[in-house]
Design a protein around this ligand. Sequence first.
Ligand code: C5P
Length: 403
Amino acid sequence: MELAGKRVLLIISGGIAAYKSLDLIRRLRERGASVRPVMSRAAQEFITPLAVGALAASHVYTDLFSREDEQDVGHIRLARDCDLVVVAPASADLMAKMAHGLADDLPSAVLLATDRPVLLAPAMNPVMWNAAPTRRNIETLKADGRHMIGPMRGEMAESGEAGTGRMAEPLEIVAAVVSLLAPGERPLAGRRAIVTSGPTHEPIDPVRYIANRSSGKQGHAIAAALARLGADVTLVSGPVTIADPAGLRTIHVETAEQMLEAVLGALPADIAVMVAAVADWRVVGAAGQKIKKLPGSAPAPLALAENPDILKTIGHHAERPTYVVGFAAETQDVEENGRRKLQAKGADIIVANDVSPDTGIMGGDRNRVKLISKAGVEEWPDLGKDEVAARLASRIAAELSGG
Ligand code: C5P
Protein backbone atom coordinates (compact mmCIF):
# COMPACT_ATOMS: atom_id res chain seq x y z
CA MET A 1 0.00 0.00 0.00
CA GLU A 2 2.40 2.64 -1.27
CA LEU A 3 -0.14 5.44 -0.82
CA ALA A 4 -1.61 4.47 2.55
CA GLY A 5 -3.04 7.52 4.30
CA LYS A 6 -2.32 9.88 1.39
CA ARG A 7 -5.08 12.29 0.39
CA VAL A 8 -5.47 13.08 -3.30
CA LEU A 9 -7.71 15.84 -4.58
CA LEU A 10 -8.60 14.70 -8.10
CA ILE A 11 -9.79 17.40 -10.48
CA ILE A 12 -11.50 16.00 -13.57
CA SER A 13 -11.86 18.44 -16.43
CA GLY A 14 -13.60 18.00 -19.74
CA GLY A 15 -12.57 15.61 -22.46
CA ILE A 16 -13.21 12.07 -23.59
CA ALA A 17 -10.22 10.90 -21.52
CA ALA A 18 -12.37 11.53 -18.42
CA TYR A 19 -13.51 7.92 -18.69
CA LYS A 20 -10.00 6.86 -17.68
CA SER A 21 -10.31 8.89 -14.47
CA LEU A 22 -12.78 6.34 -13.19
CA ASP A 23 -10.09 3.68 -13.38
CA LEU A 24 -7.55 6.12 -11.94
CA ILE A 25 -9.74 6.53 -8.83
CA ARG A 26 -9.82 2.75 -8.37
CA ARG A 27 -6.07 2.40 -8.82
CA LEU A 28 -5.31 5.17 -6.33
CA ARG A 29 -7.65 3.72 -3.74
CA GLU A 30 -6.26 0.20 -4.25
CA ARG A 31 -2.92 1.62 -3.16
CA GLY A 32 -4.37 3.10 -0.01
CA ALA A 33 -4.98 6.73 -1.07
CA SER A 34 -8.23 8.53 -0.35
CA VAL A 35 -9.62 10.43 -3.32
CA ARG A 36 -11.77 13.54 -3.13
CA PRO A 37 -13.12 14.41 -6.60
CA VAL A 38 -13.81 17.80 -8.13
CA MET A 39 -15.48 17.86 -11.56
CA SER A 40 -15.72 20.68 -14.06
CA ARG A 41 -18.99 21.28 -15.86
CA ALA A 42 -17.54 19.86 -19.08
CA ALA A 43 -16.34 16.72 -17.29
CA GLN A 44 -19.94 16.00 -16.33
CA GLU A 45 -20.80 15.82 -20.02
CA PHE A 46 -18.50 12.80 -20.33
CA ILE A 47 -18.91 10.91 -17.02
CA THR A 48 -21.41 11.29 -14.22
CA PRO A 49 -20.74 12.55 -10.68
CA LEU A 50 -22.66 9.47 -9.54
CA ALA A 51 -20.06 7.09 -10.98
CA VAL A 52 -17.18 9.24 -9.76
CA GLY A 53 -18.62 9.52 -6.26
CA ALA A 54 -19.36 5.80 -6.04
CA LEU A 55 -15.82 4.81 -7.05
CA ALA A 56 -14.22 7.42 -4.82
CA ALA A 57 -16.60 6.71 -1.92
CA SER A 58 -16.75 10.47 -1.51
CA HIS A 59 -18.88 13.48 -2.13
CA VAL A 60 -18.15 14.98 -5.56
CA TYR A 61 -17.55 18.74 -5.65
CA THR A 62 -18.83 20.49 -8.75
CA ASP A 63 -19.96 23.98 -7.89
CA LEU A 64 -18.06 27.05 -6.74
CA PHE A 65 -21.21 28.60 -5.33
CA SER A 66 -22.90 25.52 -3.90
CA ARG A 67 -24.35 26.54 -0.54
CA GLU A 68 -23.88 23.12 1.03
CA ASP A 69 -20.39 22.50 -0.33
CA GLU A 70 -19.14 25.96 0.52
CA GLN A 71 -20.40 25.66 4.10
CA ASP A 72 -19.14 22.14 4.37
CA VAL A 73 -15.63 22.54 3.01
CA GLY A 74 -15.17 25.69 0.98
CA HIS A 75 -12.87 25.87 -1.98
CA ILE A 76 -9.98 27.16 0.12
CA ARG A 77 -10.10 24.18 2.45
CA LEU A 78 -10.69 21.83 -0.47
CA ALA A 79 -7.51 23.21 -2.02
CA ARG A 80 -5.40 22.62 1.07
CA ASP A 81 -6.93 19.59 2.75
CA CYS A 82 -4.91 17.15 0.67
CA ASP A 83 -1.36 15.98 0.02
CA LEU A 84 -1.49 16.34 -3.75
CA VAL A 85 -3.78 17.81 -6.39
CA VAL A 86 -4.05 15.67 -9.52
CA VAL A 87 -5.71 17.07 -12.64
CA ALA A 88 -6.70 14.22 -14.96
CA PRO A 89 -7.59 14.85 -17.66
CA ALA A 90 -6.15 18.37 -17.71
CA SER A 91 -7.86 20.10 -20.62
CA ALA A 92 -6.28 22.84 -22.72
CA ASP A 93 -8.90 25.22 -21.34
CA LEU A 94 -8.26 24.48 -17.67
CA MET A 95 -4.50 24.74 -18.13
CA ALA A 96 -4.96 28.07 -19.91
CA LYS A 97 -6.91 29.32 -16.90
CA MET A 98 -4.24 28.05 -14.54
CA ALA A 99 -1.48 29.69 -16.52
CA HIS A 100 -3.29 33.03 -16.25
CA GLY A 101 -4.61 32.76 -12.71
CA LEU A 102 -8.29 32.72 -13.67
CA ALA A 103 -10.66 31.35 -11.03
CA ASP A 104 -14.24 31.49 -12.29
CA ASP A 105 -15.27 27.93 -11.50
CA LEU A 106 -14.49 25.39 -8.80
CA PRO A 107 -11.57 23.57 -10.51
CA SER A 108 -9.74 26.77 -11.46
CA ALA A 109 -10.46 28.41 -8.06
CA VAL A 110 -9.11 25.37 -6.21
CA LEU A 111 -6.00 25.34 -8.40
CA LEU A 112 -5.34 29.02 -7.72
CA ALA A 113 -5.94 28.57 -3.99
CA THR A 114 -3.85 25.47 -3.41
CA ASP A 115 -0.45 25.42 -1.75
CA ARG A 116 -0.01 21.70 -2.45
CA PRO A 117 1.95 20.09 -5.27
CA VAL A 118 -0.06 19.77 -8.48
CA LEU A 119 0.26 16.96 -11.03
CA LEU A 120 -1.24 17.56 -14.47
CA ALA A 121 -2.16 14.76 -16.90
CA PRO A 122 -2.97 16.70 -20.08
CA ALA A 123 -5.25 15.23 -22.72
CA MET A 124 -6.36 16.89 -25.91
CA ASN A 125 -6.34 16.70 -29.66
CA PRO A 126 -2.76 16.76 -31.04
CA VAL A 127 -3.40 19.99 -32.94
CA MET A 128 -4.57 21.68 -29.73
CA TRP A 129 -1.52 20.34 -27.89
CA ASN A 130 0.79 21.81 -30.51
CA ALA A 131 -1.06 25.11 -30.82
CA ALA A 132 1.03 28.17 -29.91
CA PRO A 133 -1.14 29.28 -26.95
CA THR A 134 -1.00 25.79 -25.42
CA ARG A 135 2.78 25.65 -25.87
CA ARG A 136 3.10 29.00 -24.06
CA ASN A 137 0.77 27.91 -21.25
CA ILE A 138 2.63 24.62 -20.72
CA GLU A 139 5.93 26.52 -20.44
CA THR A 140 4.35 28.86 -17.89
CA LEU A 141 2.92 25.99 -15.85
CA LYS A 142 6.26 24.18 -15.82
CA ALA A 143 7.98 27.38 -14.72
CA ASP A 144 5.35 27.64 -11.95
CA GLY A 145 6.54 24.25 -10.70
CA ARG A 146 3.54 22.19 -11.81
CA HIS A 147 4.36 18.53 -12.39
CA MET A 148 3.30 16.89 -15.61
CA ILE A 149 2.76 13.32 -16.84
CA GLY A 150 2.16 12.89 -20.56
CA PRO A 151 0.50 13.43 -22.88
CA MET A 152 1.51 10.31 -24.75
CA ARG A 153 1.75 9.56 -28.41
CA GLY A 154 -0.94 7.35 -29.82
CA GLU A 155 -4.34 7.23 -31.37
CA MET A 156 -7.04 9.61 -30.16
CA ALA A 157 -10.18 7.96 -28.83
CA GLU A 158 -12.61 10.18 -30.70
CA SER A 159 -11.03 10.86 -34.08
CA GLY A 160 -8.58 8.01 -34.55
CA GLU A 161 -6.01 10.71 -35.34
CA ALA A 162 -2.48 9.83 -34.28
CA GLY A 163 -0.13 12.24 -32.54
CA THR A 164 0.73 13.55 -29.08
CA GLY A 165 -2.26 14.26 -26.90
CA ARG A 166 -3.47 11.00 -25.42
CA MET A 167 -3.74 11.08 -21.63
CA ALA A 168 -1.22 8.94 -19.76
CA GLU A 169 -2.65 5.59 -18.68
CA PRO A 170 -4.05 5.42 -15.13
CA LEU A 171 -1.15 3.25 -13.94
CA GLU A 172 1.35 5.73 -15.36
CA ILE A 173 -0.40 8.51 -13.46
CA VAL A 174 -0.41 6.39 -10.32
CA ALA A 175 3.34 5.87 -10.72
CA ALA A 176 3.84 9.63 -10.95
CA VAL A 177 1.69 10.10 -7.84
CA VAL A 178 3.74 7.48 -5.99
CA SER A 179 7.00 9.10 -6.99
CA LEU A 180 5.72 12.48 -5.71
CA LEU A 181 4.11 11.25 -2.49
CA ALA A 182 6.17 8.17 -1.61
CA PRO A 183 9.50 8.58 -3.40
CA GLY A 184 11.07 5.75 -1.40
CA GLU A 185 8.81 3.18 -3.08
CA ARG A 186 11.13 2.34 -5.95
CA PRO A 187 12.57 -1.03 -5.00
CA LEU A 188 14.18 -1.53 -8.43
CA ALA A 189 16.05 1.78 -8.48
CA GLY A 190 19.59 1.16 -9.69
CA ARG A 191 18.65 -2.17 -11.35
CA ARG A 192 18.86 -2.72 -15.09
CA ALA A 193 16.25 -4.77 -16.92
CA ILE A 194 15.90 -6.09 -20.47
CA VAL A 195 12.43 -6.99 -21.75
CA THR A 196 11.55 -8.48 -25.15
CA SER A 197 8.06 -8.02 -26.51
CA GLY A 198 5.88 -8.57 -29.56
CA PRO A 199 6.35 -10.95 -32.48
CA THR A 200 9.25 -11.15 -34.87
CA HIS A 201 8.88 -10.87 -38.62
CA GLU A 202 10.97 -13.25 -40.68
CA PRO A 203 11.17 -12.09 -44.30
CA ILE A 204 10.34 -14.39 -47.19
CA ASP A 205 11.00 -11.66 -49.74
CA PRO A 206 10.87 -7.84 -49.51
CA VAL A 207 7.08 -7.80 -49.12
CA ARG A 208 6.19 -11.09 -47.38
CA TYR A 209 7.10 -12.43 -43.98
CA ILE A 210 6.35 -15.12 -41.40
CA ALA A 211 4.78 -13.72 -38.23
CA ASN A 212 2.47 -14.62 -35.35
CA ARG A 213 -0.44 -13.06 -33.47
CA SER A 214 1.50 -11.52 -30.57
CA SER A 215 0.40 -7.91 -29.89
CA GLY A 216 3.20 -6.91 -27.50
CA LYS A 217 0.65 -5.81 -24.90
CA GLN A 218 1.94 -8.08 -22.13
CA GLY A 219 5.63 -7.42 -22.77
CA HIS A 220 5.19 -3.66 -23.03
CA ALA A 221 3.14 -3.65 -19.81
CA ILE A 222 5.90 -5.55 -18.00
CA ALA A 223 8.57 -3.14 -19.23
CA ALA A 224 6.47 -0.20 -18.00
CA ALA A 225 5.78 -1.88 -14.64
CA LEU A 226 9.51 -2.50 -14.05
CA ALA A 227 10.26 1.13 -14.94
CA ARG A 228 7.61 2.30 -12.49
CA LEU A 229 9.43 0.44 -9.73
CA GLY A 230 12.56 2.38 -10.63
CA ALA A 231 14.37 -0.05 -12.95
CA ASP A 232 16.40 1.24 -15.88
CA VAL A 233 14.60 -0.67 -18.65
CA THR A 234 15.57 -1.52 -22.22
CA LEU A 235 12.58 -2.82 -24.14
CA VAL A 236 13.43 -4.71 -27.33
CA SER A 237 10.26 -4.79 -29.36
CA GLY A 238 9.34 -6.63 -32.53
CA PRO A 239 6.87 -4.98 -34.95
CA VAL A 240 3.78 -3.92 -32.95
CA THR A 241 1.09 -1.28 -33.38
CA ILE A 242 1.01 -0.15 -29.74
CA ALA A 243 2.91 2.92 -28.52
CA ASP A 244 6.34 2.85 -26.85
CA PRO A 245 5.86 2.95 -23.08
CA ALA A 246 6.92 6.13 -21.26
CA GLY A 247 9.95 6.28 -19.03
CA LEU A 248 12.18 3.71 -20.68
CA ARG A 249 14.29 2.99 -23.76
CA THR A 250 12.66 1.09 -26.65
CA ILE A 251 14.69 -0.56 -29.41
CA HIS A 252 12.69 -1.61 -32.47
CA VAL A 253 13.69 -4.75 -34.35
CA GLU A 254 12.10 -7.04 -36.93
CA THR A 255 13.76 -10.43 -36.91
CA ALA A 256 14.83 -12.88 -34.19
CA GLU A 257 18.47 -12.37 -35.11
CA GLN A 258 18.14 -8.60 -34.70
CA MET A 259 16.33 -9.13 -31.40
CA LEU A 260 19.13 -11.32 -30.07
CA GLU A 261 21.72 -8.75 -31.10
CA ALA A 262 19.82 -5.94 -29.35
CA VAL A 263 19.37 -8.03 -26.19
CA LEU A 264 23.07 -8.94 -26.04
CA GLY A 265 23.92 -5.30 -26.65
CA ALA A 266 21.84 -4.31 -23.60
CA LEU A 267 23.86 -6.56 -21.24
CA PRO A 268 24.85 -6.43 -18.45
CA ALA A 269 21.53 -6.40 -16.63
CA ASP A 270 20.04 -7.61 -13.36
CA ILE A 271 16.74 -8.71 -14.83
CA ALA A 272 15.71 -10.28 -18.14
CA VAL A 273 12.07 -10.86 -19.00
CA MET A 274 11.71 -12.55 -22.37
CA VAL A 275 8.10 -12.08 -23.37
CA ALA A 276 8.47 -11.83 -27.15
CA ALA A 277 6.87 -14.49 -29.31
CA VAL A 278 10.05 -15.08 -31.27
CA ALA A 279 9.52 -16.96 -34.53
CA ASP A 280 11.08 -20.40 -34.20
CA TRP A 281 12.16 -20.44 -37.82
CA ARG A 282 13.42 -18.04 -40.43
CA VAL A 283 13.44 -18.46 -44.18
CA VAL A 284 16.78 -19.53 -45.59
CA GLY A 285 17.99 -17.21 -48.32
CA ALA A 286 15.07 -14.76 -48.27
CA ALA A 287 14.62 -13.47 -51.81
CA GLY A 288 15.99 -10.04 -52.67
CA GLN A 289 13.10 -9.38 -55.06
CA LYS A 290 9.42 -10.18 -54.76
CA ILE A 291 8.84 -13.85 -55.64
CA LYS A 292 6.60 -13.96 -58.71
CA LYS A 293 3.64 -16.24 -59.18
CA LEU A 294 4.27 -17.99 -62.49
CA PRO A 295 1.27 -19.39 -64.36
CA GLY A 296 1.18 -23.18 -64.27
CA SER A 297 4.23 -23.65 -62.06
CA ALA A 298 4.14 -25.01 -58.49
CA PRO A 299 4.84 -22.53 -55.65
CA ALA A 300 8.48 -22.45 -54.57
CA PRO A 301 9.00 -24.38 -51.32
CA LEU A 302 10.30 -22.37 -48.36
CA ALA A 303 13.44 -23.70 -46.72
CA LEU A 304 13.44 -22.91 -43.00
CA ALA A 305 16.27 -22.69 -40.49
CA GLU A 306 15.95 -22.55 -36.71
CA ASN A 307 16.25 -19.12 -35.13
CA PRO A 308 18.54 -18.49 -32.16
CA ASP A 309 16.77 -19.02 -28.84
CA ILE A 310 17.19 -15.67 -27.10
CA LEU A 311 15.94 -16.79 -23.69
CA LYS A 312 18.18 -19.86 -23.72
CA THR A 313 21.16 -17.78 -24.80
CA ILE A 314 20.58 -15.31 -21.97
CA GLY A 315 19.84 -18.08 -19.46
CA HIS A 316 23.25 -19.65 -20.10
CA HIS A 317 25.24 -16.51 -20.81
CA ALA A 318 28.51 -15.69 -19.00
CA GLU A 319 26.84 -12.38 -18.09
CA ARG A 320 23.54 -14.02 -17.17
CA PRO A 321 21.25 -11.52 -15.44
CA THR A 322 20.51 -12.35 -11.80
CA TYR A 323 16.85 -13.01 -12.45
CA VAL A 324 15.67 -14.48 -15.76
CA VAL A 325 12.00 -14.80 -16.62
CA GLY A 326 10.68 -16.77 -19.59
CA PHE A 327 7.21 -17.08 -20.99
CA ALA A 328 5.55 -20.17 -22.35
CA ALA A 329 2.59 -19.72 -24.63
CA GLU A 330 1.04 -23.13 -25.03
CA THR A 331 -2.14 -24.61 -26.36
CA GLN A 332 -1.80 -27.88 -24.41
CA ASP A 333 -0.01 -29.42 -21.39
CA VAL A 334 0.73 -25.92 -20.09
CA GLU A 335 2.34 -26.94 -16.80
CA GLU A 336 4.42 -29.80 -18.09
CA ASN A 337 5.79 -27.75 -20.97
CA GLY A 338 6.48 -24.85 -18.61
CA ARG A 339 8.50 -27.04 -16.27
CA ARG A 340 10.53 -28.44 -19.12
CA LYS A 341 11.31 -24.93 -20.39
CA LEU A 342 12.41 -23.76 -16.95
CA GLN A 343 15.09 -26.40 -17.04
CA ALA A 344 16.09 -26.24 -20.70
CA LYS A 345 16.30 -22.46 -20.94
CA GLY A 346 18.02 -21.74 -17.65
CA ALA A 347 15.23 -19.47 -16.40
CA ASP A 348 14.40 -18.72 -12.77
CA ILE A 349 10.72 -18.66 -13.52
CA ILE A 350 8.43 -19.43 -16.43
CA VAL A 351 5.16 -17.58 -16.82
CA ALA A 352 2.97 -20.06 -18.63
CA ASN A 353 -0.33 -19.38 -20.26
CA ASP A 354 -2.81 -21.22 -22.40
CA VAL A 355 -3.16 -19.32 -25.65
CA SER A 356 -5.74 -21.58 -27.29
CA PRO A 357 -7.83 -19.43 -29.63
CA ASP A 358 -10.93 -19.66 -27.39
CA THR A 359 -9.06 -17.97 -24.49
CA GLY A 360 -8.71 -14.66 -26.40
CA ILE A 361 -5.37 -14.11 -24.63
CA MET A 362 -3.22 -13.58 -27.69
CA GLY A 363 -3.86 -9.99 -28.76
CA GLY A 364 -6.41 -9.46 -25.95
CA ASP A 365 -6.21 -7.31 -22.80
CA ARG A 366 -6.44 -10.06 -20.21
CA ASN A 367 -4.24 -12.94 -19.19
CA ARG A 368 -4.44 -15.98 -16.99
CA VAL A 369 -1.03 -17.29 -16.04
CA LYS A 370 0.75 -19.93 -14.00
CA LEU A 371 4.11 -19.17 -12.45
CA ILE A 372 6.38 -22.17 -12.66
CA SER A 373 9.59 -22.18 -10.66
CA LYS A 374 11.66 -24.63 -8.63
CA ALA A 375 9.39 -23.80 -5.71
CA GLY A 376 6.36 -25.15 -7.57
CA VAL A 377 3.39 -23.85 -9.51
CA GLU A 378 1.40 -20.78 -8.59
CA GLU A 379 -1.84 -20.06 -10.39
CA TRP A 380 -2.99 -16.47 -10.80
CA PRO A 381 -6.60 -15.53 -11.51
CA ASP A 382 -7.77 -13.97 -14.74
CA LEU A 383 -6.28 -10.44 -14.67
CA GLY A 384 -5.75 -7.45 -16.95
CA LYS A 385 -2.36 -7.62 -18.64
CA ASP A 386 -1.22 -4.50 -16.78
CA GLU A 387 -2.18 -6.07 -13.47
CA VAL A 388 -0.22 -9.23 -14.38
CA ALA A 389 2.68 -6.92 -15.20
CA ALA A 390 2.43 -4.98 -11.93
CA ARG A 391 2.34 -8.18 -9.89
CA LEU A 392 5.21 -9.74 -11.80
CA ALA A 393 7.32 -6.62 -11.36
CA SER A 394 6.67 -6.65 -7.59
CA ARG A 395 7.55 -10.34 -7.52
CA ILE A 396 10.83 -9.69 -9.33
CA ALA A 397 11.65 -6.87 -6.92
CA ALA A 398 10.97 -9.16 -3.97
CA GLU A 399 13.13 -11.95 -5.43
CA LEU A 400 16.03 -9.57 -6.02
CA SER A 401 15.87 -8.19 -2.52
CA GLY A 402 15.79 -11.75 -1.19
CA GLY A 403 12.20 -11.35 0.02
O1 C5P B 1 10.28 -22.58 -26.67
P1 C5P B 1 9.29 -21.46 -26.65
O2 C5P B 1 9.33 -20.58 -27.83
O3 C5P B 1 7.88 -21.91 -26.34
O4 C5P B 1 9.73 -20.62 -25.37
C1 C5P B 1 9.12 -19.43 -25.04
C2 C5P B 1 10.07 -18.56 -24.29
O5 C5P B 1 11.33 -18.51 -24.93
C3 C5P B 1 9.61 -17.13 -24.25
O6 C5P B 1 10.09 -16.53 -23.06
C4 C5P B 1 10.26 -16.55 -25.50
O7 C5P B 1 10.42 -15.15 -25.39
C5 C5P B 1 11.58 -17.24 -25.51
N1 C5P B 1 12.14 -17.49 -26.84
C6 C5P B 1 13.26 -16.78 -27.24
N2 C5P B 1 13.82 -17.02 -28.47
C7 C5P B 1 13.30 -17.95 -29.29
C8 C5P B 1 12.16 -18.66 -28.91
C9 C5P B 1 11.60 -18.40 -27.68
O8 C5P B 1 13.72 -15.92 -26.49
N3 C5P B 1 13.85 -18.16 -30.47
